[in-house]
Design a protein around this ligand. Structure first.
Ligand SMILES: [Zn+2]
Length: 443
């Protein structure tokens, strides 16, 4: 069916003042000012109330953490003690709890205008061996595009690491299951709803064999590589003591400095490391809320972009953000980056570019992240009828500057998944009630 999304109030696309035509899962035409669709549309959606953006793309999250937001065990702690305290809580995760956490996170993201998301699942306590399977099932049901990253932690407290013994796995198990989920779920093609990436928690959390083995598997299956990298200065102090090397060197040794890799946070780099990451085509997911929450520093986005690294955005886990609202994350990123570089250095359109094209590059996708013919029909439509937008002159900038946080309509692969601010096919009240009841088990 050819649907004309007609006469938007504003749209973040070139030559599309009269809207876009969507056919099946794709955008087939942008309609310029004064124009009309080249073929008659079979249906029309009046978008005159809406600001239309490409569907936002979340390049880093930990869905299971939606069950432990605003948790007293973590409050007031620095990053590493926070992680240690929270991992003791997350160790109680069950498949049933994970499923409801994932569903809630995906709905929360959708409602904020997100159409594609990554999730870094690194919790494999006994019983959670099929965590990726659960995530994929839930994302397919809701119609959200997912890059499920098969996370891993391989160095536990008994080997001098930080993680409790119960939530880590040995190298063979990690690599075998990584290959299983790649074979079972990874779709590298255009328009894919499900992709798999391999994601050791950080270069310091797994043996070298897992880093190198993941790089080899990713190459073989045309998949991507992901990890946390240099969020706090303590990480490289630890790396130097434990491995005699810095984190970036460990990644390089294992074959990770390539365009296949995107990293989360990416704050504490030397100028030489920034140059090497940029030259290799590594992308960086900026996670402003979590970095502010822990006071760990500000991602050097300008230097990274100048060196050739793409910048994407993410919300990060809901125990550190503590929300999964990607539209809010765009605003956080803009304000935090202006704190570092000044008002003139970047604007709302830069932050929106990061949350769309930049995040698409993080996830290695050229079929989402922009509104143009041939791209997937992933759209986020915001209405400006709230007091917070009244008086705004530039409607697109207003979404970022005035703090949009809830999309009115969201389309993924040509299907409406949010209508009138409500997720399609989901009883929101029941979902929240079940999620809250499940969260009581993590108090
Ligand atoms: Zn994270």
């Amino acid at each position: 069916m050819r649907l004309w999304i007609k006469d938007p109030h504003a749209i973040l696309a070139a030559n599309a003042e009269r809207g876009v035509v969507v056919e099946d899962a794709e955008i087939v035409e942008c309609v310029p000012r004064g124009g009309a669709p080249s073929l008659p549309a079979e249906a029309t959606f009046d978008a005159s109330r809406h600001v239309v953006l490409p569907g936002l793309i979340n390049a880093h999250h930990h869905f299971y953490q939606t069950l432990t937001r605003a948790h007293p065990a973590g409050e007031g702690k620095a990053l590493i003690p926070w992680l240690v305290a929270m991992e003791a809580v997350w160790g109680r995760m069950t498949p049933e709890a994970l499923r409801i956490a994932v569903r809630l996170a995906l709905v929360e993201l959708l409602l904020s205008g997100c159409t594609t998301t990554a999730d870094h699942h690194n919790l494999y306590s006994p019983g959670l061996e099929n965590a990726v399977d659960i995530e994929v099932e839930e994302a397919l049901k809701l119609g959200v595009r997912l890059t499920a990253t098969r996370g891993s932690m391989g160095i536990s407290q008994k080997d001098g690491g930080l993680q409790p013994d119960a939530i880590v796995q040995d190298a063979e198990t990690i690599l075998e299951d990584s290959e299983r989920v790649l074979k079972q779920f990874h779709d590298p093609g255009r328009g894919a709803m499900t992709r798999i990436a391999l994601a050791p928690c950080s270069p310091l959390a797994v043996p070298k064999k897992v880093l190198a083995g993941s790089a080899e598997l990713a190459k073989r299956y045309d998949a991507r590589l992901h990890c946390h990298l240099c969020q706090s200065p303590e990480e490289d102090e630890y790396a130097s003591q434990a491995f005699g090397k810095r984190s970036v060197d460990l990644l390089e040794e294992a074959g990770w400095l390539s365009p296949r890799t995107w990293v989360a946070h990416g704050i504490h780099f030397t100028p030489d490391e920034i140059a090497r990451l940029g030259q290799a085509g590594v992308s960086v997911c900026h996670l402003a809320a979590a970095d502010m929450a822990f006071g760990v520093g500000i991602c050097p986005t300008r230097e990274l972009e100048a060196a050739g690294a793409a910048i994407g955005l993410g919300v990060d886990g809901s125990a550190s953000n503590d929300s999964s609202n990607l539209m809010e994350a765009v605003r956080h990123a803009l304000l935090l980056q202006r704190l570092r570089y000044g008002h003139a250095a970047l604007g709302p359109y830069d932050a929106l570019r990061w949350a769309t094209e930049g995040s698409a590059r993080c996830l290695g996708r050229d079929d989402v992240g922009a509104i143009a013919p041939g791209m997937q029909a992933d759209l986020a439509l915001f209405a400006l009828q709230e007091p917070r937008f009244s008086g705004a002159q530039d409607p697109i900038a207003a979404l970022v500057l005035c703090g949009a946080h809830r999309a009115d309509r969201v389309m993924v692969a040509g299907r409406w998944r949010v209508v009138n601010g409500r997720p399609e096919g989901v009883d929101l009240e029941t979902l929240i009630a079940r999620h809250r009841a499940t969260a009581r088990g993590f108090a």
